[in-house]
Design a binder for this molecule. Sequence first.
Ligand code: ACM
Length: 530
Amino acid sequence: MRQHPRTLRLLGSLLLVAMTASVTGAAPAPAASPTPLDRVVPAPASADPGGSPYRITRGTHIRVDGSRETRGVGEYLARILRPSTGYRLPVTAQGAGGIRLRIAEGPFGAEGYRLDSGRGGVTITAARPAGLFHGVQTLRQLLPAGVERDSVQPGPWLVAGGTIKDTPRYGWRGAMLDVSRHFFTVDQVKRYIDQLALYKINKLHLHLSDDQGWRIAVDSWPRLATYGGSTQVGGGPGGFYTKADYKEIVRYAGSRHLEVVPEIDMPGHTNAALASYADLNCDGVAPPLYTGTEVGFSSLCVGKEITYDFVDDVIRELAALTPGRYLHIGGDEAHSTSHEDYVTFMDRVQPVVAQYGKTVVGWHQLTGATPAPGALAQYWGLDGTSAEEKERVAKAARNGTGLILSPADRVYLDMKYTKETPLGLSWAGYVEVRRSYDWDPGAYLPGVPGDAVRGVEAPMWSETLENSRHIEYMAFPRLPGVAELGWSSAASHDWERYKVRLAAQAERWDALGIDYYRSPQVPWPAAGGR
Ligand code: ACM
């Protein structure tokens, strides 16, 4: 049938209006097909698609069982979903359907979960609230990236139908932030915590002391913070956390199911402490504060008793602020401490950590002394580290010392991506995105039993990093890859598939205001995301 010319003209002008609308910036309706269940970082252990998608609507409720912690996870999810959907999404213990967070016995372990999605609702089941929380991160990534925005977006809010079953490979999936070389505020640390949670990182290691700054208040040695914390690299004003600040970081991390691991680096990396108290120096003379970036020039005085009074007080006060199990005592780059003194010091200090109820973590140089029973060593070597040093670490692992793997030429997030990277250092080489992802923690160090590897951690040293934008540009896109190494099975490891899932995250970072390095190795969406 022929159209009447006037109808055609009308259709034409409607079309023109529609085209104009899209050209002038009205967002095009997002594709209605939901994100596939396996398009998640870290890769889930299994994803079986099937059945109808679930659609979050104005009538959706978030249903939680009675416990306070489960309700906390429900409220956390609601706070993510409400601004972008514009829906009320009440969190309630009553009724059926909608989004359900359920604690139940099952093969979930401490952090695993199961996610079932279908027309009637999405149910996340876990044995523990941490598992529900990780399941919520998966749900987040199954929703359109616009869900991360803080203003109402068009939707539709579809979750693909099917089932995900997921448990982590390792119990230690860490990120370290150096708040000493440059100080970061409580809010800056919280912002990073939120980014870590999205990728199921469960440890936040805070490097609280170094030559350039002491960042935690210690009541029995107040000048550590007030004087030792008064500057930073480049001579800026530095800063420190009061005990209330620090408790707030610990609380906030806990609400995101991250355990804070505090580090006081000893016996080297201690100029800020030595500058604050002359008595801590072997010669009784306090050095000036330090704002450069050299390492290895400072040492506590191993032969003086006051050193152990200091260590006892600091560890006691820090342990009292720490609900987590671990306390990191550093031990790296003690180039101004003799080997004999280093061993003496570690033999005396490790029992103090145990005395205050904590488990020792140290950088892997600790294996050059005698790691305490149950201690963990954090390996930060390179491909080029000597076979002898690697074997010393492997031998400790065979003798029961657990390992956290942080190879500097793979997962140091402060290493430049390429020689053009404006931030960061390059002493461990350039670390492009593929290099940071493409290794297996379970087979990394020769001679290490598989069960000695407790996990991975991505350190972020801050000699060149001064603000959240800097942190994010170095963390993204490498951090999600380290998170995946910690969470996902070795069998799922595949760069070609990973890079596609990683690329799909970019839209989410854009929505969250996270700047990232647009690595040419990753097939970013053509539009670059919005
Ligand atoms: C380190 O990078 N010195 C642990």
